[in-house]
Design a protein around this ligand. Sequence first.
Ligand code: PLP
Length: 419
Amino acid sequence: MATLSPLLKQATPVVATHGQGVNLYDTEGRRHLDFTAGIGVTSTGHCHPKVVEAAQAQVGKLIHGQYTTIMHEPLQRLTERLGDVLPAGLDSLFFSNSGSEAAEAALRLARQATGRPNIVVFQGGFHGRTVAAASLTTSGTKFKTGFAPLMPGVVVAPFPNPRHYRAYGFDAEQATDFALRELDLVLQTQSAPADTAAFLVEPVLGEGGYVPGNRRFFEGLRQRADEHGILLILDEVQTGFGRTGEFWGLDHFGVSPDIMMFAKGIASGFPISGIAASEEVMSKARPGSQGGTYGANAVACAAALATLEVIQEEDLVHNAAARGDQLRAGLERVGGQHAQVAGVTGLGLMLAVEFVDADGEPDGATSAAVQQEAAKRGLLLLNNGMYGQNVRFIPALVVSETEVDEALELWEETLAAVL
Ligand code: PLP
């Protein structure tokens, strides 16, 4: 009998049989409140009837229509439809299957479009696990240790992360000015503008701890990118499609990227990702230099179209904002009862509770214990943060007021049991 590799060790003992909305059901017949959404993927909930119907209909018509051989109808329609929601000017699309592949695609496009080798990334960023994507990642050594050498040409600059700059007494504005000054120094000492293809950054650090950037920071990046002919790549893999209470994470900060990466919430669980850029930038990539057998699978495209329809029809972006406010208020109230809770971070329905020890240092052990205890009580959560110090809440965007209340009740019981 074969077994799963320990690489795939599960965070919870749940063996799921089916899911509906934010609920997962297991082989014992137990119901679990799923506030992980497959790591922010099942945006319309598990098995939304409209997504199921669209995928089932597509399976009977065409499953795979390889996109460098033929165009297929769902891809044609999805491309058109994404044009309605993408930031102005980003009207040329390339599709792949995962966030890491989107990072690879963005990296290659930026190098080809500029003829420059280096990518500047920002401390705490996560862009995936392929060797190139892991090279661009700085949210934890576990993503890199043991399989070096990684890809050269990656330079790290600071992200204005309040957790890091509190120790120096910096407020958000000072932290931002510091980060931008350091970036200027990076451009003077490590990667001259003439060698720098792109800045690659998440609007909200995801795996790095649900730390939002800010308007001043992104304006600073945009200004330096324009000044030096550097491309600005925004990684919206986790923040896109309503997760933060705006359609895109960038909508909070008014920033215009040159290249945008997307994945996760686009298709409610079907694997599809992509990058968007202007035709001018995209046309600088050599045809044939990118692509893959499975990119833009027809069933995934049909599911993405249905997902976009549901997001619009059910006003899920507003629901994410409203339920996010409710959840944050509840998490702050419960957290206020415990000295080990440092605070709540994130935006919309991308929220995390940070745990600290008696010295105020990030406490991954407590956060892991809390996650395990919550799972025993039927509330599925994940950890994140550069030290694993957070427990994060990323329910499907369809989550109801009652379900948020139910999760908060289980959370309160969990913290009372562990802390
Ligand atoms: N970029 C961001 C911001 C992510 O959060 C993730 C995954 O969590 C990725 C890229 C990588 O995506 P994938 O796991 O689909 O390769």
